[in-house]
Design a protein around this ligand. Structure first.
Ligand SMILES: C[S@@+](CC[C@H](N)C(=O)[O-])C[C@H]1O[C@@H](n2cnc3c(N)ncnc32)[C@H](O)[C@@H]1O
Length: 503
């Protein structure tokens, strides 16, 4: 007889005692009712004496019922692993990828897409409610993709000398050559990725060829423990509209005699690679960025267009990874900025200028701030290509450059902020508030960090008007959010921007 949901079953603990909390090895039957911010399924169990507590299970979609085993108890929840499906539930979908469950890339490929969007909306709502940011504003439905596969225009693949070996495979096969993704929680092991449904379609064949050619030529992959070896990363990037493909190969040294033939063979096998750049990074830290670069094939850049703007991308330029959804993002930001009277736009954390260039009218003025020098170069070239004479891009940390960058310039009608995941530095917040822009459009890939910043902006006179989430990363718990704020004119006069920023 199958155990009924939320009852205890016999496991390593013969009779779960009512006198103690659950512990490692206990087996529980659980019905999943939601996803958490990590994309894990969560259900709650009513444990005698201790009452209800949440149980989180990886790769368990809402609506499913499972027999699980406790692997860890934390102060506020229990983490468990699936032992057996009891009922996959009505929202379950067979995952498409052979690596699902091992690769850390997709958290919930086994949840039907329309339910992923519902869950993401609920996650955004919960986070904004918990931080008291939302008030009576309703989070709008998540803007999803019509066909949520092959959407990533950029993927980083890692070379490693320790291949992840699946259960049931010959363990001695674990040495040698791997090219793919790090396995979650096992940073010394690399999963040999044979297929990936979220990368742009050509990426998979290029990766499989790169592995074959490197093995044939006897090139050593990076040893993740000893920090030695030649091949470190292969980053593939595609211009969705131009069709151009950039391969960025990171190696520990130049080794032209070995890398030259490797690059030539890869390009010969894949004429779709329009440019190949070698990046040299001898340092132990695992970052897919070269300290020096050599163009081994083609012009060293690719083109992409978005929101009517044509972009030239070098290997290190930041660019939104989901072109189709980034186009929707541009549309949403454009709608939020509005068309009337917004002549002076400040774009903080502007990257290659995507948002600012797309929303600033021809006769308007744009000031962008960006730390990464190569993105600033690209942003200036993009503005020049568009004939945007009144665009200025200030290179450097927003924290240090905001005050100087705006000196003598017109005050903004609208400020766009699109910071990295960590959100805004606390010292930047007074500076942004002091710009006193009537409208502020905050674009974020971390609702939690955006919520923290919005609490501060609200305290400085801003009011949340609208929350519009977009799914830029289908099958993952990451969600992009556009939060529109307006300055409440009844709030006290803001501090002088220049002094506020330099405080
Ligand atoms: C999320 S991206 C947004 C880029 C751009 N809005 C777009 O959509 O393409 C964040 C950008 O902020 C830049 N950045 C990160 N920290 C910064 C800082 N302290 N000052 C200036 N720019 C920074 C990064 O280099 C990156 O280009």
């Amino acid at each position: 007889m199958q155990p009924s949901p939320q009852s205890f079953v016999l496991g390593p603990v013969e009779q779960p005692s009512v006198e103690r909390k659950p512990r490692k090895g206990d087996r529980i039957v659980i019905t999943i009712d939601r996803l958490d911010a990590k994309g894990q399924g969560v259900g709650s169990v009513d444990w005698p004496v201790f009452g209800k507590f949440p149980v989180a299970v990886r790769h368990a979609p809402p609506g499913s019922t499972l027999l699980v085993e406790v692997v860890r108890r934390r102060s506020n929840n229990v983490e468990a692993r699936r032992v057996e499906w009891l009922d996959k539930g009505p929202k379950f979908k067979e995952p498409m990828c052979q690596h699902y469950g091992t690769c850390g890339g997709c958290a919930f490929q086994n949840l039907q897409y329309e339910h992923q969007l519902v869950e993401l909306r609920r996650l955004v709502t919960d986070i904004l409610n918990n931080t008291q940011v939302l008030g009576d504003v309703e989070v709008e439905p998540v803007i999803g993709m019509a066909n949520p596969i092959g959407y990533r225009n950029k993927m980083d693949f890692t070379f490693g000398n320790r291949r992840w070996v699946n259960d049931g495979e010959d363990q001695s096969e674990g040495q040698g050559f791997a090219l793919g993704m790090h396995v979650p929680f096992r940073h010394d092991k690399v999963l040999d990725v044979k297929e990936c449904f979220i990368a742009f379609p050509e990426a998979q064949n290029v990766v499989n060829s790169a592995r074959e050619i490197a093995v044939e030529m006897g090139l050593e992959p990076w040893n993740l423990r000893e920090h030695a070896g030649l091949l470190r990363y292969l980053v593939l990037r595609k211009g969705y509209h131009s069709g151009e493909v950039l391969a960025y190969l990171i190696t520990s040294e130049e080794a032209a005699d070995r890398i030259g033939p490797f690059a030539a063979a890869l390009v010969e096998a894949h004429p779709e690679i329009t440019t190949l750049v070698q990046g040299i990074n001898p340092l132990p830290a695992g970052v897919a960025i070269g300290h020096e670069e050599r163009i081994l094939h083609g012009p060293g850049t690719i083109h992409e267009s978005m929101g009517g703007v044509k972009f030239e991308l070098s290997p290190r330029s930041f660019f939104q990874t989901n072109t189709q959804q980034a186009e929707r993002l541009v549309e949403v930001v454009r709608e939020e900025v509005g068309s009337d009277g917004h002549k002076v736009v400040y774009d903080l954390y502007c990257g290659t200028g995507l948002l600012g260039l797309a929303v600033t009218p021809e006769d308007g003025e744009l000031i962008g701030f960006e730390r990464e020098a190569s993105s600033v170069v690209d942003a200036r070239a993009n503005a020049a290509r568009l004939g945007m004479d009144h665009a200025t891009f200030v290179e450097g940390d927003v924290l240090e450059r905001l005050a100087a960058g705006i000196e003598g310039r017109a005050k903004p009608d609208v400020v766009i902020v699109d910071p990295p995941r960590v959100g805004l530095h606390p010292k930047v917040l007074p500076g942004i508030a002091a710009l006193a822009a009537p409208k502020l459009v905050y674009v974020s890939c971390s609702v939690k960090n955006a919520a923290r910043d919005i609490v501060e902006l609200k305290a400085r006179g801003y009011r949340l008007e609208r929350v519009r989430p977009l799914d830029l990363f289908p099958h993952t718990p990451h969600v992009e959010v556009v939060l529109t704020l307006s300055l409440d004119p009844s709030h006290g006069a803001p501090a002088d921007p220049e002094s506020a920023v330099s405080q």
